[in-house]
Design a binder for this molecule. Structure first.
Ligand SMILES: [Ca+2]
Ligand SMILES: [Ca+2]
Ligand SMILES: [Ca+2]
Length: 303
């Protein structure tokens, strides 16, 4: 037994569900048209291996007031929970249609257990067989770093029977053609069923103010509107987790965009770029729940 998978970048998924952006890797065609050069870098030189793989067949924002406890104060953390009413349906539609395939791979290396997160591509372009327990997928080369380590790797995995947990202080997901979604203080928890054919899981993390300000929000027809612009001006959301221990930071909008930040100690930092200043570290908590079923990663190939 020992397989697991649940979770990963649910936020990312949400972002994808909202933004509807295409995942494209530029220049692939151009590279293929060029004659190979002797000194050209190999396209993908890793000898990757995969363990027990699962694909998420359901994923949703947990309800407000419910969630995992990221900061150990015995209170569930899920500041973005009420966004679920807007995005949960689209999120699950995209899973069914095969446009959001979240893979989790539980793999043992030496004495250490890892949970690797990938965004999958449907191997046979038939979405009807993806979520039945035998779905086959590929992953892209961009999901490995220069040392061939999966970028979506969770360390510090602990296992107690059928229950797995993992934490990461910082976890960054780079999504080709879209951008980076960074989580802090990420916590994952999932429980496998008896025959390890599936699991119930949760993921919680903090989406930093800087990360939210660097992510485009394309649902509104305003050029360059970021998620943070929308959260502050349209949804009156403020960060809830004090990452840097100086008190909760606050973001002030001008009605459309971010105008200034108030550091945890009250210092005012003017300008739309304030969320990415080093003094501004806090973020929004979010907790997701999901379920997964068995799957297989057939290999690595570019889009
Ligand atoms: Ca808490
Ligand atoms: Ca398929
Ligand atoms: Ca703070």
């Amino acid at each position: 037994m020992a397989s697991g998978r649940s979770i990963g970048s649910w936020l990312l998924l949400v972002v994808l569900g909202c933004g509807g952006r295409e995942n494209t890797v530029e220049n692939v065609d151009a590279q293929q048209e060029s004659p190979p050069r002797a000194d050209a870098a190999p396209e993908f030189a890793c000898e990757e291996s995969f363990g027990d793989t699962y694909v998420l067949n359901k994923l949703q924002f947990m309800d407000p007031g419910t969630g995992l406890d990221i900061n150990d104060d015995a209170v569930p953390d899920n500041a973005l929970g009420h966004l679920g009413q807007f995005v949960n349906k689209g999120l699950n539609d995209s899973i069914r249609k095969g446009t959001s395939l979240i893979l989790l791979d539980l793999i043992q290396s030496g004495n250490e257990l890892f949970i690797d997160y990938y965004l999958g591509r449907d191997w046979d372009a038939d979405s009807t067989n993806n979520l039945l327990g035998q779905g086959e997928f590929s992953v892209t080369p961009e999901q490995f770093d220069v040392d061939c380590v999966p970028r979506g790797r969770f360390h510090s995995v602990t296992r107690k029977g059928r229950e797995f947990t993992a934490r990461n202080d910082k976890w960054t997901w780079v999504y080709p053609g879209f951008g980076t979604v960074e989580f802090r203080q990420v916590l994952v928890h999932f429980v496998f069923n008896d025959d390890a054919s599936g699991f119930d899981g949760n993921l919680a993390g903090i989406w930093t103010l800087c990360g939210a300000s660097n992510t485009q929000f394309s649902q509104m027809n305003i050029d360059n509107m970021s998620f943070l612009d929308a959260m502050v001006n349209n949804y009156s959301l403020q960060p809830d987790i004090d990452v840097d221990g100086d008190g909760i930071e606050e973001v002030v909008g001008d009605g459309v965009r971010v105008a200034k930040c108030l550091d945890g100690d009250g210092v005012v930092l003017e300008g739309r770029e304030c969320p990415c200043l080093p003094q501004i570290a806090d973020g929004f908590s979010v907790s997701f729940s999901g379920t997964g079923v068995r799957a297989k990663i057939r290999g690595v190939k570019p889009d």
